[in-house]
Design a protein. Structure first.
Length: 254
């Protein structure tokens, strides 16, 4: 019997179920891989606002990572919401340890969550600096949006960087930078505010397709198509008063 690929997300929990590790696990379930999680923070949030955030102790986050990887292993690992320098350093320490012990070596994707849905910075500059110093050297792919790239001083992109969300008249363009240059990856713009969790979905889908053996560029193309379809399915939903969720199930195909 074919076995599913195990993937790990290290991310925050969204009580509204639209973003964070919930989006990652829904994406992985839809794509047929086995999703696991190490919770970095628990949020009280809905479609309109984040009411509160409770960060877990760095040592407990590390314990979750060790418990999962020592038993299941992982062929791909992604980080999402981390939020504090001490958490970033702890996660980097465990990723450095496990990437040299797991076989095959896992694909590591760093999604540097630094801004809210309005593009406003949520953290002190030290958090962006910690990403650059601790996590980026371990990454096979970094996936900032434009606002995050500005905070990270990487608006020009770079090698193994997927710069997300450049806007044109009727397109959203992601730009992938590799050793042989930059590749633009446009998608038609969908007229909807139901996009909460779209960045998490994209990065999780990239991990799933990498686990199946696709190279980063093809994995990104397929992940874009998956995310676009999920946004399209949820575009007409009326769940919540703010930015609504995506539709992961084919049950909602038109």
């Amino acid at each position: 019997m074919e076995q599913p690929f195990p993937l790990l997300t290290i991310a925050g929990s969204d009580s509204g179920g639209a973003a964070g590790l919930q989006a990652d696990l829904k994406t992985w379930a839809a794509l047929g891989v086995y999703g696991m999680s190490a919770v970095s923070a628990v949020t009280a949030q809905n479609s309109a606002r984040v009411a509160a955030v409770h960060y877990l102790p760095p040592e407990f986050i590390a314990a979750q990572i060790d418990a999962v990887l020592s038993d299941y292993g992982a062929v791909a690992i992604k980080t999402g919401f981390l939020g504090r320098v001490a958490i970033i350093e702890s996660v980097a320490d465990r990723l450095r340890y496990w990437r040299n012990r797991l076989s095959p070596r896992p694909f590591i994707l760093i999604d540097p969550i630094l801004v809210n849905h309005r593009g406003e910075s949520m953290f002190a500059p030290e958090v962006a600096a910690a990403y650059r110093a601790w996590l980026f050297p371990l990454a096979d792919l970094v996936t900032p949006n434009m606002a995050e790239a500005q905070l990270l001083e990487m608006t020009g992109g770079g090698e193994n960087v997927l710069l997300k969300g450049l806007t044109r008249e009727d397109e959203i363009v992601d730009v992938y930078g590799a050793g042989d240059g930059r590749v633009e990856l446009p998608q038609p713009r969908l007229e909807t505010t139901n996009t909460h969790g779209s960045g998490d979905t994209l990065s999780a889908a990239i991990c799933a397709y990498r686990a199946e053996g696709e190279d980063i560029l093809e994995a990104t193309r397929r992940a874009q198509a998956f995310t676009h379809a999920a946004i399209r399915r949820g575009a007409v939903w009326r769940l919540g008063a703010g930015h609504g969720p995506l539709g992961y199930s084919r049950r909602y195909e038109e």
